[in-house]
Structure formats: structure tokens, C-alpha cells
Design a binder for this molecule. Structure first.
Ligand code: NAP
Length: 497
């Protein structure tokens, strides 16, 4: 290794990158740098500032167990409060000086002789690092849909993940394309301000009511004075969500119960039979992400709102033309159409041993070992990697398990002064054969189209099990799973804290 190399390069200062940095520091690994392409931390919660942006997982569970927050204002917090939580972690942990803003990573390559990664940065000198943590997030690149004529539209275009806060919706005719998790949060807010809102739905989703209550001052004081009460509440949410897995992860009789609750909610909130029919899904609940909202259906029935279910044929300079030939004219089109998710690619070139390219290896669909490491790419770790997605629980529970595993692996490598840890290919293959076999029985593979699947239907995204199983498999690093290369040079100082 070269004297100028750092121990850990972390790519991305969102929830995962910040969490990894804090846990590394806790374990005494202080020689790390976080590369962030933006000028602020927060990742998806920095980017998603659309009106109504909130998390549909309870905040007590959508937070790190090592950074509890007694002050969550509501059961489900808004994006501003979540961003404040992330900023609070950065401040209290003192990791801010290690974040390099406006540093865009454009590629990483492994040098097997030195046992180091070269991190290439846009317009800057490359950096050498012994280990790399990919924390760039799956939902970081906003995606405008591939609709014919999209560039010909002359009005205002806004993507949900790049909100234009200077745009005044007052008196405007607005279209919302997309009715996923973002769309159902945006529509109720837009109907309050815009002159008219037309919602273009391609596929109706399963909507469950979301009861969001304010946390009283007394409860916050209790959480602060007796942290165990906060832990108990987190546990209650955790196990509640684990039980939901029975119907959301697997297509089972419990799935029918989830569907019945959703249909009852639809019947209660929507009286018009035709609108109800338009809003009734035709796939198993859970196959696409469940939508949590108590104000979406009422918003669709507001006087200034209309649901359009005719497929979009093209965009014209004035608006949206649907297949039956009608042109809907708009001042602004909001695209709540999701993200370019790297299911069969990498966000930038990743070159491993002997020049192998990860994007090429993943072209049929991404895979990894336990979602965090890939054979042939030593000392490289993924957060939110292949098959790490929860359908029923908090992404942060999964992320924390990944981080703990990664920190243990990196700590071990640095402590022993080893050159590399590379997961054995047969171990990885066995793991993935099992994951894909188990995925066959899940709702996600039950026949609908979603961002979880590649165009060929390969599921590179979700973990087919309970959160408890996912966390358990990442509890300890089993060194027998790895090929360990011991450094050629001896007597070098250990790089740990
Ligand atoms: P999404 O779930 O991918 O939904 C995209 C929507 O756009 C879908 O309704 C899709 O229709 C529609 N769409 C895409 N291309 C279209 C086209 N060419 N024409 C018409 N409609 C089109 O995206 P998202 O709502 O931004 O959510 C993405 C993910 O972000 C979620 O799954 C979730 O993981 C996360 N998220 C979480 C929260 C939270 O509260 N935790 C909130 C927001 C987002 P089809 O269904 O027919 O494909």
C-alpha cells in the first residue's frame, strides 16, 4: 500500500454514508473520507423536498438504533425533519470535516498489487483507498419517463425528486404523472394550491390508511428521561412490521387480508363505483410497494382534481395527449415517475481484479454476497446493494446491519494489516442460488411490473425474508467465506484509530 492512501473511501453522504462513517469512528477507524457530489448531506432526503414528502415507515424505526431521537414530532415524519436528523448526526458525531462536498466519483479501480482502490473524481486528482464503501443509494438519479415528445413540451416540468420551490402553482393547470409512493404524497398537497390537477395513472396501487399522530411533549420527555421506553416503542414497531411480512413478502392468505383492508379503505373513502373500479389494483398486494395514505383518495375527489387512466400517447408543446386522441393542456407537468435504479449496472465504472468490470458482470441483473460484497472486487462494500430491499420494514434496519458487517470486515482487515478480503465465488454463487429460489415465492415475483425487477424479470433488489433473517446473516463476518490475502510487507503500522 502507498503511504498516501486512506483507509476507507465512503461514496455518498446520505443516510448510509453518514451511518457508516459514524460507526467506523465508533470502532476507532478514523482514517476515512466521504465523497459527496452535492454540497449538502442527506441523499434522498435532501433531494426529495416535494410538498408532502414524508416517510411511510414510523420514524422510531426509520432511524438508527445507535442514534435514537426522542424528539420525532409525529409517528411518521416529514422530509424536513428527517434531513434535520441526518444533519444532527453529522454535527454530534464530529464527522463533518471528513466530508468532501462537490466531489463526484466517476470510477473506481482495484490495484491488486498494492491492494488499493483508485477513486477517480470528476475534475480532481484521484484518491487511493484501501477499502471503499459504496453508499451512493439506489434512488439517487431522478428518472424522467421515456414518453415520446417529452422534450417538445413547452410548459414547466418538475421531477418529484428535484422540486422547484420557486414555481408558484397558484392558478396553474397541473398534471401529475405517476401514482407511486411519491405521487400519492404530492397530489393531496397540489390540490390545495393549483387551479386544477389531473393525475395520470398507469397502474393503480394498493393504498392503506396511514394514521399519523403528533408525539406529545410528555411522551418526548419520557423518551428522553427513560431511553428504554424509546427502545420498547422501536421494538413494537419492528415486530409489528415483521408480522406484516407474512402478507407483503409472500403471496399468502395474509396478503388477501392486506388486500381486504385496502379495499375496505377504498370503499370507505371513494363512493363513486366507476372511480373505485379505476383505483382497484389487479396484482397481489406487496408486488409493488404498498402505498400509505389517508388523504390521497379524498384529494382525487376534490373539485379541482381528476384521475386520467387513458394511457399517455405523447407529450405535445401544450401538454399531454392520451391514446384516445384528447390533448390535455397544462402549465406544469409534475413527474412522480421514480428513479433510474442500478439493477443491472453500476453508477460509475467499477473495475476489479484483472480488469473485470462489474457493470458487465451485472448486465443480467446485479448480485452480491449477502448484498454487501462481490467476488473479484476485494475490500469493496455495498450499502443497499443487490437483494437488500425490505418490502415491509425500515430500510434503516437493513442498512444498520450492512454497516455493522462492513465496519467489522474493515476493522479486521486493518487490524491484522491484511491486503485484502475477497468473498469466495462459490460461497457467493450458493448464496444467490438460494436467494433467487426463495424469491420465486414472493409477491414481488408474482407478475406485476415494478422497479424491483429488471426488464427480464430478474429480481436484483429485494431480500426474500424477514428483517430478522436479513440482520442475522450480517451479524458476524465469517472469514471462512473469504479469500484473505496477507500483505507482502511486514512491520507496517496498523491503520486503525
Ligand atoms: P415509483 O414507485 O417507481 O412510481 C413511479 C410511478 O410513475 C408509477 O406510478 C409508474 O406507473 C409511473 N410511471 C413511470 N413511468 C411512466 C410512464 N412512462 N407513463 C406513465 N406513468 C409512468 O416511484 P416513486 O413514487 O418516486 O417511488 C420510488 C421509491 O421511492 C418507492 O418505491 C420507495 O421505495 C421510495 N419512496 C419512499 C417513500 C416513503 O415514504 N418511504 C416516499 C416516496 C418514495 P407504473 O406503476 O405503471 O409503473
Amino acid at each position: 500500500m502507498t503511504s498516501s492512501s486512506i483507509s476507507v473511501a465512503i461514496i455518498g453522504a446520505g443516510f448510509a454514508g453518514i451511518g457508516a462513517a459514524i460507526r467506523l469512528q465508533d470502532e476507532g477507524v478514523t482514517d476515512f473520507v466521504i465523497f459527496e457530489r452535492d454540497c449538502r448531506v442527506g441523499g434522498t432526503w435532501r433531494d426529495n423536498t416535494y410538498p408532502g414528502a414524508a416517510c411511510d415507515i414510523p420514524s422510531r424505526l426509520y432511524s438508527y438504533s445507535f442514534a435514537p431521537n426522542p424528539d420525532w414530532s409525529h409517528t411518521y415524519s416529514g422530509s424536513t425533519e428527517i434531513l434535520k436528523y441526518i444533519n444532527g448526526m453529522v454535527e454530534s458525531s464530529g464527522i463533518a470535516p471528513k466530508i468532501r462536498f462537490d466531489h463526484t466519483v466517476v470510477g473506481i479501480a482495484y490495484d491488486a498489487v498494492a491492494g488499493e482502490w483508485t477513486v477517480d473524481l470528476d475534475g480532481r486528482e484521484p484518491v487511493r483507498a484501501r477499502t471503499v464503501i459504496m453508499a451512493s443509494g439506489p434512488l439517487s438519479n431522478a428518472s424522467f419517463p421515456d414518453i415520446p415528445g417529452i422534450d417538445t413540451y413547452a410548459g414547466h416540468k418538475i421531477h418529484s425528486a428535484r422540486w422547484d420551490h420557486d414555481y408558484d402553482f397558484g392558478g396553474k393547470r397541473v398534471a401529475v404523472v405517476g401514482t407511486g409512493a411519491s405521487g400519492v404524497q404530492i397530489v393531496p398537497e397540489l390540490v390545495k394550491t393549483a387551479k386544477s390537477v389531473k393525475v395520470f395513472q398507469r397502474t393503480p396501487g394498493w393504498v392503506l390508511p396511514r394514521a399519523n399522530s403528533a408525539t406529545s411533549g410528555r411522551l418526548k420527555r419520557l423518551y428522553r428521561a427513560l431511553p428504554v421506553t424509546q427502545n420498547l416503542m422501536r421494538s413494537a414497531w419492528y415486530w409489528g412490521h415483521e408480522s406484516v411480512a407474512l402478507g407483503v413478502v409472500w403471496d399468502s392468505p395474509v396478503t388477501r387480508v392486506v388486500e381486504a383492508i385496502s379495499i375496505a379503505n377504498l370503499r370507505r373513502q371513494v363512493k363513486d363505483p366507476w372511480l373505485r373500479r379505476q383505483l382497484t389494483p389487479d396484482f397481489a398486494a406487496g408486488c409493488k410497494r404498498l402505498l400509505m395514505s389517508s388523504d390521497y383518495y379524498p384529494a382525487l375527489q376534490a373539485d379541482n382534481c381528476k384521475l386520467v387512466t387513458w394511457p399517455i400517447a405523447r407529450l405535445s408543446p401544450n401538454g399531454i395527449r392520451t391514446v384516445e386522441g384528447i390533448e390535455h393542456q397544462f402549465d406544469c407537468i409534475v413527474f412522480a415517475t421514480g428513479f433510474d435504479v442500478c439493477k443491472a449496472a453500476t453508477p460509475f465504472p467499477v473495475t476489479g481484479i484483472d480488469g473485470r468490470e462489474l457493470a458487465a458482470e451485472w448486465s443480467g441483473g446485479a448480485y452480491a454476497y449477502r448484498s454487501v460484497v462481490v467476488s473479484g472486487y476485494p475490500n469493496l462494500y455495498f450499502t443497499f446493494g443487490p437483494n437488500s430491499g425490505p418490502g415491509h420494514s425500515s430500510a434503516l434496519v437493513y442498512m444498520e446491519a450492512q454497516i455493522n458487517y462492513i465496519v467489522e470486515a474493515i476493522g479486521t482487515l486493518l487490524r491484522f494489516g491484511w491486503k485484502s478480503l475477497d468473498v469466495r465465488p462459490e460461497v457467493q454463487d450458493g448464496y444467490n442460488a438460494d436467494i433467487q429460489r426463495r424469491l420465486r415465492a414472493t409477491t414481488w415475483n408474482s407478475g406485476c411490473q415494478s422497479w424491483y425487477l429488471t426488464d427480464d424479470g430478474f429480481n436484483a433488489t429485494m431480500y426474500p425474508g424477514f428483517a430478522t433473517q436479513y440482520v442475522k446473516q450480517l451479524k458476524t463476518v465469517n472469514l471462512a467465506d473469504y479469500t484473505i490475502t496477507v500483505a507482502q510487507t511486514s512491520g507496517e503500522p496498523l491503520a486503525t484509530g
